[in-house]
Write a protein that binds this ligand. Structure first.
Ligand code: FAD
Ligand code: NAP
Ligand code: SF4
Length: 670
């Protein structure tokens, strides 16, 4: 008997049955493009299938070369390719899951100059201007979709997912934002809907009746010139009539001004849109976006007519998510914290996708944690992300591990991060490691500052002592107005009504979010929708309304010495969200600052040679970190084999992604 009966109810599709309601959503991992990666792709999906997923959707494969995401991107165009993919489908089927290939035509989101679209309307996030497709090209493309679907069938896929959202080609035809055509493919909703519907019919005709067709439908486009919800509902009904088996949810375009999946988006934020579509059609409808834990998934299936729940990134974070939910081991789930740092940010930087909390994701065959043949007594010093990853993976491999932590709790800097409004998910990582320490048998010694003597007698030491905030050499830095970011966020000190933040890196930006919020909109869906301007009005184009951010409780100045744009080095898929949020809260961002002094008057600065006094109540210092390496020399002198990881290794450009990766790699190596 499972805690989540709805989630584990099989779904009969008439000609085939899914073993449960969990869909692994499509993710482009970087393994799709080259034939040489097919076995790694098979291992990646097989691990998720073994983990219990009902249906897997692959990353996007184009039906022809005009739809490449980038030059020589993934396609499904030949019998040779179909034969290679047998290795993927066989591996997944052997584990009891079903798998469909996503067919995606990038349209004007293609990252190459020879892109095509409904009309020659350039995307604001792409340097190239597309050519409008001719009637002949459109008809050929419909044919290509059918051919790809037949090849998918030949490759052993249970079906296809037709990507109709996210602002890709079919969405470009559907929305007046890009579709300016005056022929039978543009103008009225009936004309704009024609291409996706013709593609569905072509796929059904080519692949047969016993073949899953998922259509990924944009339910809230969140762009000006997007379809209205009334139009989308009518389209959903037509897709059903055209032969679609399942409607999957898509939210927003890549160029939308509303965040849709970052960590500050409330869990299941867009379910209401999907639920309304589920009420309008009789085929199964699948929810998605910011669903990462079984309670949320079960609630959606219980409270609405939605029949499936899609999770993509959560399956990177924990390939065993479904089995753990089924067996009542929810506290063992390594939760996706929606940081995007190792998945989407990597994808957009053309790097292999992985996961911040699970660096083995997409590296299953290269980062292997096999049982040790020679058990060692290992001390891990520091229970921040680096030490936690090292200690638990070492113990799981069979080593005898003692984890020393000077603080009264585990988490290191993550304990600060989780208190930032919009970063509540980070607490899940601390919960995960708390439980994993128990399940792997790590001996945890809290309130214990390890020194060299403590560490004698261990075979090897992993030093994960992390970082400490840098104290910049500014005159008056010892003034009582000055507060360190840990003191502020951990509540040791409170800030007044007017505050300057020194340093505009990741932490300075987070601290500014902390200072400009009384409560977290992430925990209140209605407040979040008002803040970003999302509307349930069925006639609102793109489901947008005017944003109404709550006023900031403080006046905040965010400062940096560099003259570059503030927040420039934040993550590609998250930085813009922070920048927009701080702008909405009226944070004054000043670059090119020289810090002159801090005194009773406030913070004295010069910008471009002009002096200015910021008459602030407090100055919060977020001027980077320095490594804590006080044990390194002593351990070397004592002849103890030591591995230094995370912030203790290098403080510059440290993030939890590197900390956890280094911790996992050292655990694999000892
Ligand atoms: P730490 O987290 O510093 O942990 C070191 C631990 O060692 C501490 O618990 C310390 O008490 C302990 N220790 C030190 N000396 C000893 C000793 N002698 N004996 C025993 N214990 C000892 N990173 C991201 O990737 N994404 C984010 O979005 C993000 N947001 C952040 C937001 C904020 C507000 C902050 C402060 C940080 C954020 N970070 C983020 C950074 C991330 O938390 C750090 O990169 C990460 O925690 C570094 O891990 P670590 O294990 O190397 O060090
Ligand atoms: P950081 O990104 O290196 O920023 C440090 C800031 O301090 C910079 O703005 C720097 O800018 C300033 N600074 C450095 N030395 C200074 C000095 N002597 N005097 C005054 N200012 C100084 O580091 P961080 O903000 O501490 O963040 C640490 C790490 O945590 C980051 O590398 C980041 O990866 C991670 N993190 C990530 C996120 C995320 O959302 N992904 C969020 C938070 C933290 P100037 O030198 O121009 O003044
Ligand atoms: Fe989730 Fe972050 Fe991992 Fe991506 S990198 S899967 S967002 S935890």
């Amino acid at each position: 008997m499972t805690e989540f009966p709805k989630l584990f109810e099989p779904l009969d599709l008439g000609f085939t049955t899914l073993r449960n309601r969990v869909v692994m959503g499509s993710m482009h991992t970087g393994l799709e493009d080259r034939a040489k990666h097919v076995d790694r792709l098979a291992a990646f999906y097989a691990e998720r299938a073994r983990g219990g997923v009902g249906l897997i959707v692959t990353g996007g494969f184009s039906p022809d070369r005009t739809g490449w995401l980038k030059p020589f991107g993934a396609t499904m165009m030949t019998h040779t390719r179909a034969r290679q993919h047998r290795r993927v489908t066989d591996a997944v089927h052997a584990e009891g899951a079903k798998i469909v290939m996503q067919l995606l035509h990038a349209g004007r989101y293609a990252f190459w100059p020879r892109q095509v679209s409904a009309s020659a309307v350039k995307s604001p996030i792409n340097p190239f201007t597309p050519r409008a497709m001719t009637e002949r090209q459109i008809l050929k493309l419909i044919d290509r979709y059918g051919r790809s679907a037949a090849l998918c069938r030949e490759a052993g896929y249970d079906g296809v997912e037709i990507m109709g959202g996210e602002g890709y080609l079919l969405n470009q035809f559907l929305a007046p934002r890009v579709n300016k055509r005056t022929d039978r493919w543009g103008g009225s909703a009936a004309n704009r809907n024609r291409l996706p519907l013709e593609i569905v019919r072509a796929v059904r005709a080519a692949a047969g009746e016993d073949f899953i067709i998922v259509f990924r439908l944009s339910m809230a486009e969140l762009v000006d010139g997007g379809q209205s919800f009334t139009e989308i509902t009518a389209l959903a009904r037509e897709l059903e009539a055209a032969g679609v088996t399942i409607i999957n949810t898509d939210i927003g375009w890549h160029e939308s001004r509303v965040p849709t999946i970052v960590t500050s988006v409330p869990r299941a934020a867009f379910t209401e849109f999907t639920a309304r579509i589920a009420d309008a059609v009789s085929i199964p409808v699948c929810a998605s976006n910011r669903i990462n834990m079984p309670e949320t998934a079960e609630q959606i299936l219980t409270d609405t007519a939605i029949e499936l729940v899609s999770m993509a990134r959560p399956m990177l974070a924990d390939s065993d998510w479904v089995n753990k939910a089924r067996d009542g081991r929810v506290d063992e789930i390594n939760t996706c914290i929606a940081c995007n740092q190792a998945c989407l940010d990597h994808g957009f930087e053309n790097k292999m996708v992985s996961c911040l909390v699970n660096p083995r994701a997409c590296h299953e065959t290269v980062l292997v944690l096999s049982p040790t043949r020679a058990t060692k007594k290992v001390a891990v010093v520091g229970a921040g992300p680096a030490g936690l990853a090292a200690a638990t993976n070492l113990a799981e491999r069979g080593h005898a591990v003692t984890l020393f932590e000077a603080d009264e709790r585990i988490g290191g800097q993550f304990e600060i991060a989780r208190r930032i409004p919009g970063k509540e998910e980070f607490a899940e990582t601390i919960r995960y490691y708390t439980r994993r320490i128990e399940t792997t048998g790590v001996e945890l010694r809290l309130n214990t500052r390890a020194d060299v003597d403590t560490l004698r007698g261990f075979d090897e030491v992993v030093l994960a002592t992390g970082v400490t905030p840098r104290v910049p050499g500014i005159a008056g830095i010892e003034h009582e107005k000055v507060i360190t970011y840990p003191d502020l966020v951990l509540g040791t000190r409170t800030a007044g009504k007017k505050v300057a933040v020194i340093g505009a890196g990741g932490i300075g930006v987070d601290v500014s979010e902390y200072l400009t919020h009384d409560t977290s909109p992430t925990l209140d869906l209605q407040a979040w929708m008002r803040e970003w301007g999302v509307s349930y009005d069925p006639e609102a184009g793109g489901q947008l309304a005017a944003p109404q951010p709550a006023p900031s409780p403080r006046e905040v100045f965010l400062l940096q010495r560099k003259t570059s744009r503030i927040g420039k080095d934040l993550g590609k898929t998250t930085g813009w969200v922070h920048r927009a949020a701080l702008k909405a809260k009226g944070v004054e961002q000043i670059a090119g600052v020289v810090y002159d002094r801090i005194d009773d008057e406030g913070l004295h600065i010069s910008v471009g040679g002009t002096s200015r006094v910021l008459d602030v109540d407090n100055v919060i210092v977020c001027a980077g970190q320095e490594s804590v390496r006080d044990l390194v020399d002593g351990l070397a002198a004592a002849g103890i084999t030591t591995h230094v990881i995370g912030g203790a290794d290098v403080a510059a450009e440290l993030d939890a992604k590197r900390a956890i990766k280094q911790g996992t790699e050292v655990a694999a190596a000892i």
